[in-house]
Design a protein. Sequence first.
Length: 531
Amino acid sequence: MKLKLFTIDDICTFVDNLSSAKCKLLALLLGMVSALSFAPLYLFPSYMVALPLLLIIAMRSSDHRAAFSKGYLFGFGHFFVGLYWIGNSTAVEPNVPDWAGYILVAILSSYLALFIAFVASGIKYIYRNRALNENLLSISISFILIWSIGEWVRGFLFTGFPWNLSGYILGFSDVLMQSTAIWGSYGQSVFVLMLTFVPFLFLNKAHRITAVTSGIVIVAGLTIYGSSRLPDDIDFIAGTDFRVVQANIQQEDKWPYQNWGKNLITHMDMSERDEVSGPTHVIWPETAVIYSLSEEPTRRQLISQVLNNKGGAVLTGFPRRQRDPEGTRIFNSLVAIDDQGQMQGIYDKTHLVPFGEYIPGFIRSIFYALGLNRMFTGGQDFSHGENGNVISFEGMPSVGVLICYEVIFPGKVVNSEDRPDWLLNITNDAWYGNSSGPRQHFLQTRVRSIEEGLPLIRSASTGISAIVDPYGRIVNQIDLDQRGVIRSELPSKLQDRTVYSILKEWTFACISVILIIVNIVLLRRNSTRTR
């Protein structure tokens, strides 16, 4: 029996026969399915099905407004499923119902869905007078361009939220992700989207050779480059002895005052345990210590004992209080404490999480009216830091500090004029439980290492803590909800800077311009043929 492939016309007929309500429901379900392509499942085929179907739904809509509404439903489903884990954050708040967190997920998804709605609306508007089958390749390229540009805009608009970029779908493979060292995560998204449309274009006889060829070239190119770039061995900086502590203290046990001292002693015990000589550097996670260490020299002296007077530093997160004439401000901070209990550097987090660490002013009144002001910030906003994120002192290679959320922004983790020797990401993902959120966060952390060619150490309260080499490979890690300590030398940074660390998003811009030129040529050829 001969297997018959669906054709583009078959799919268009199916969509045309759906009622408006069923078509919108299909768009919503497709959006939900598409989110399965990201960590930890990496079901890339779901992207290959969902996005081309969204393209057809948009093109078969009556006008760009109808396409917008269907794209919006797709986007809502896409982001709600991809970000459901944010809803877990209220489960540890005794005065807030568990379901309240999912209201925030719905609000955030409602905003983010606009980016995909504009993709659907834009593709319909641009090609409103052109037939889908006759311009299939051009329309697909335009869809890829608009989608990837939308991801880039999402990365900085209203402080930005570049979570689950399309490029991260290849995060299951160290080899395939190496190309982010050239064009970054936004550029990687373009090539992932190209692969996404290969099966779709294959359904059209006129484009089968193009589809197969482009798919083979992209996969082969990514594989050959990645394989050739990855060395067999990892170089380490001699004389460094880092200890990364994951105490696995749950969020509900972290903040009660009666637990502060006990949790501090737990971190100290784990830092010293079973060792005759102390480590050179100890890393504790975000807000591992609740005391305002900048004001408490006695506790800094206590903490410094884990170093056994042998130099080095303890780097730990803590909430820093600053008393000003107009009141007390709170910063989400990291401090480096030497073996004498002295502060060798402080970094205050500069890129705060909206709703998590501060409530935007225009929404504050709504939250207070609903009694939700304590839902995410404990009743007082954190203040934005103003100091640079590089800490450097004798005996420690200079480090670029990234607290939690700050590590997710491609091209924003390193100051080109003050490049560190390694990156440090401290985080508290305990809010989100054993969900996809911490796994997605960890993947993005590793990609920053590839992009910048810098090793990275990550310390998370309940996981995932790890040491990552400058190729994004995991040297050692502690999984979610595990208590443990990683002891390792610090991997060396790459001797030469990566292309992406120099050019940043100009590489993505060049890729986009090339695709625009290719598309213009294709459209002119199609116009000539139809005359």
